[in-house]
Write a protein that binds this ligand. Sequence first.
Ligand SMILES: Nc1ncnc2c1ncn2[C@@H]1O[C@H](COP(=O)(O)OP(=O)(O)OP(=O)(O)O)[C@@H](O)[C@H]1O
Length: 294
Amino acid sequence: MQIQITNLGKTYGATPALSGVTLTIQTGIFGLLGPNGAGKTTLMQILATLLPAKEGSVEIGDCKLGRDDQAIRAMLGYLPQEFGLYGNLSGYEYLDYVALMKGITNSRQRKEAVASLLEQVNMTDRAKKLMGSYSGGMKQRIGIAQAMIGSPKLIIVDEPTAGLDLEERIRFRKRLDQMGKDRIVILSTHIAADIGNSCSQLALMKDGRVVYQGTQAQLLERVKDRVWTGMVEESQFDAIKTRMKVLSSRKTAYGREIRVLSGDGAKPFAGAELAASGLEDAYLDVMKPEVQLT
Ligand SMILES: Nc1ncnc2c1ncn2[C@@H]1O[C@H](COP(=O)(O)OP(=O)(O)OP(=O)(O)O)[C@@H](O)[C@H]1O
């Protein structure tokens, strides 16, 4: 399956939230990365048929958004950013209800599906407790389970790891990697580290626009052998930041520890050491095209 988004636009009153968004999304995990307010949630809500676009078109497989919304909902698992729960239902009752809504009418099949999902999100022990008593992370795990019910062909998860502890993050990651093998999983986050190795396709958004689309490998290539670290004096730092992109800086008792992106890859200052570069560096490179002045 493929998703083709063409020239999508959305405004809230006079506020532009999406402008000219064009993306092609193939089977696998697709990472949507961008700072707060970039338009990720708006885009996901449009794809999930919850919000009408102002302009542009979206094709999901053979379905056209706006024309085939019912069919799109039938193939969709969606975990919204703010996942409201029915506090007076148990986790089990809630998932059973969602499974029924998704068309799993056979009660034995439903029981098996719910039990398996509870197991996968490590909530079997708590399944009979009311959701009102769950912690934020437990609610999120039930949210993840409901998005996976019925093995949907398209899974959209908005900031899914917010509130999860490290162990649950890893567990979720593994599950997502598995799901991404034969379907489209769209994962939005503002944390570069949340984009795992198995997420081959990426888009970076800023101010409602796509500022990068490509593979993770291509993005990493941008910063390969260009990231340097070292300790400098304040006066040196003032000069350096007018010449190159500062990825991070930290004042210490011995001077300022900096991490910079050298334009041509050459050693940027005396004592600088070449550092291993990563997705966070590439993300900052795309997001901060201007020289950082602070
Ligand atoms: N219901 C709304 N009414 C008015 N403006 C909105 C509404 N929802 C979002 N916006 C605005 O649209 C823009 C995009 O917001 P959106 O929530 O899609 O971004 P996001 O990338 O998901 O951010 P976050 O990571 O904080 O969730 C922002 O400027 C936001 O203030």
